[in-house]
Design a protein around this ligand. Structure first.
Ligand code: F6P
Length: 549
């Protein structure tokens, strides 16, 4: 089996038969017959403990999943990924986000050139900017230092930096000035107009983040920001020099827009947008947490890269996350997956993962152009666990859908603080409360009410079936290093799943057509006469928009 999960292969037939013999796949029973289950399915690695024991697998299934990985040539595919082969076949590129985390003294040659040098040159450039802004030396048109950083970007040029900068607010470095961070992504203008009302143009620094530097959403927002700046300071050159930084893989487009040469930060076409937070796209993160912490984020991810490339599959965390993902989606037909962080700092992780997983693996053709004959990426969503308990857990506990869950929680809050204040103590207590809820919810979801409480016979509406599979990811504490590692685990999980399915996780052709059609429709909005250009529904909607219905 090379590129395509072969539904006729013996290993796939075997896994299908395990899945269809579902009567054995009851978590209560699986725990009863195997008292060591949480030992062999509980994996400790560095600052992480991942409990896979509440997944609907047993020893035989586990073994077969590992065999599936072998037969899918996963070892070879991982090595192709990290060595820079052109594995993004539809775009003829490599996917080298792991190279963005390589230490300075390593080398990785792609087409004869050592890309690690370029990576670190850019990191040094990022550091210079961070330093200048933090020291109050980056000044606006009136000579005042910068106080507000506004990242304008969308998708991978927004979600990653936004999620990480929020998650690591506790690690913000004190700069001479209290910096405020803002993220603008939505094309409809709500965010940017509301934000600009509150800002002083003299102290704003806009970061235009766009791999392609052509994304219309970003450029409408950037143009609005420019117009607003020019109202305050009509000297465009000065505004561009002191108030706009560009980050892109397309230097020509940056120059066309007017970004000053010294304000251009580059990354490379071998970095996918949704894998780009480690590149210069991470500038807002570095401005927020400082370069030392940003490098820790990279170091955490690099640890996972090494683990992924060298650890045998039975203890390889991203491989296990991926194999279980495939087992749930493809074999058990569980088409929904929810991510539930029990720490408000990870509020935006689920949203970030929707792009990482669904834009990567929401595909129905294989790399060789064949239609897949099985289910690929499930629908992913999530929220802070404690809030989700009061929103959609009802469906998880008593609804009719099978849903797989990832519970995520740091074990400690403010691990190293010696002199805790009263407020810190209370924060720790609240953190423990969330942790207890995390463990309780995964227990009830797995085992149902009969097994976890002795409340006797209950009316049907109080019945909890249990048997919803989940993985619990615990980390010692949330810091730049552990967050970097966590994100890299999910990146590689996505790659593992794609490798088993035989699909390309690094392109996103499914988002292109809508962009083209919307250009046509935008023109039609301004045409007075009724048209017959589109389908009836769209024509009626256009009429309604124009007030003709
Ligand atoms: O439309 C999808 C997409 O291409 C994503 O893959 C990407 O992260 C986002 O748009 C933004 O693209 P860019 O960074 O080129 O502006």
């Amino acid at each position: 089996m090379g590129l395509l999960l072969d539904i006729n292969s013996n290993i796939v037939k075997e896994l299908n038969s395990f899945a269809h013999n579902g009567t054995n796949l009851k978590l209560n029973g699986l725990f009863k017959i195997d008292s060591e289950r949480s030992i062999w399915l509980g994996k400790k690695w560095q600052n992480f403990y991942i409990d896979f024991s509440k997944q609907l697998i047993d020893k035989e299934i586990f073994k077969s999943l590992l065999e599936l990985a072998e037969q899918s040539l996963l070892y070879e595919k991982i090595s192709s990924l990290v060595s820079g082969n052109s594995i993004n076949t539809s775009e003829n590129r490599s996917a080298l986000h792991s190279a963005l985390r390589l230490p300075k003294d390593e080398t990785l040659k792609v087409n004869g050139l050592d890309i690690v040098k370029d990576v670190h040159k850019t990191l040094d450039q990022v550091e210079l900017i961070v330093d200048k802004v933090h020291k109050g030396q980056w000044r606006g048109y009136s000579g005042k230092p910068i106080t507000d950083i506004i990242n304008i970007g969308v998708g991978g040029s927004d979600l990653g930096p936004f999620m990480v900068a929020n998650a690591l607010k506790d690690f913000r470095v004190p700069s001479r000035l209290e910096l405020d961070f803002h993220f603008v992504s939505s094309m409809d203008g709500t965010q940017i107009f509301k934000l600009l009302e509150q800002l002083d143009p003299a102290t704003c620094l806009f970061i235009i983040s766009s791999k392609s530097f052509t994304t219309v959403d970003t450029f409408y927002n950037a143009n609005t920001a420019m117009e607003w700046m020019l109202e305050a300071c009509p000297i465009k050159k000065l505004v561009l020099k002191q108030h706009f930084i560009g980050i892109s893989a397309n230097p020509e487009k940056m120059s066309d827009w007017g970004i000053f040469k010294e304000n251009r930060l580059l990354f490379w076409d071998w970095v996918g947008g949704r894998f780009s937070l480690w590149s210069a796209i991470g500038l807002p993160i570095a401005l927020s947490i400082g370069m030392k912490n940003f490098r820790q984020l990279l170091a955490g991810a690099h640890e996972v890269d090494k683990h992924f490339a060298t650890t045998s599959f039975d203890s390889n965390l991203p491989v296990l996350l991926g194999l279980i993902g495939v087992w749930n989606a493809t074999f058990l037909n569980i088409n929904a997956h929810t991510v539930l962080p029990y720490d408000g700092r990870l509020q935006f992780l689920p949203n970030y993962l929707t792009q990482l997983e669904m834009e990567s693996n929401g595909k129905a053709v294989t790399k060789s152009g064949h239609k897949v004959e099985f289910k690929t990426c499930p629908i992913l969503w999530g929220d802070i666990g404690p809030n989700a308990q009061h929103a959609f857990y009802q469906l998880l506990h008593q609804g009719t859908q099978k849903v797989s869950c990832d519970f995520i929680a740091p074990i400690k809050r403010y691990h190293d603080k010696k002199n805790k204040s009263k407020t810190d103590e209370f924060l720790v207590k609240q953190h423990d409360l969330a942790l207890a809820n995390c463990l309780a919810q995964s227990r009830v979801l797995a085992f149902g009410n009969k097994a976890v409480s002795n409340s006797g016979e209950l009316p049907a509406h109080k019945f909890y079936n249990g048997n919803q599979p989940s993985t619990t990811i615990l980390m010692d504490e949330l810091n730049p290093h552990t967050l970097g590692a966590l994100i890299a685990m999910y990146e590689h999980k996505v790659f593992v799943m794609a490798s088993i399915w035989g699909i390309n996780p690094f392109d996103q052709w499914g988002v292109e057509l809508g962009k083209v059609i919307s250009e046509e429709i935008l023109e039609s909005l301004y045409v007075k006469e009724d048209g017959q250009k589109y389908d009836e529904s769209t024509e009626s909607l256009l009429k309604a928009v124009k007030g003709k219905v």
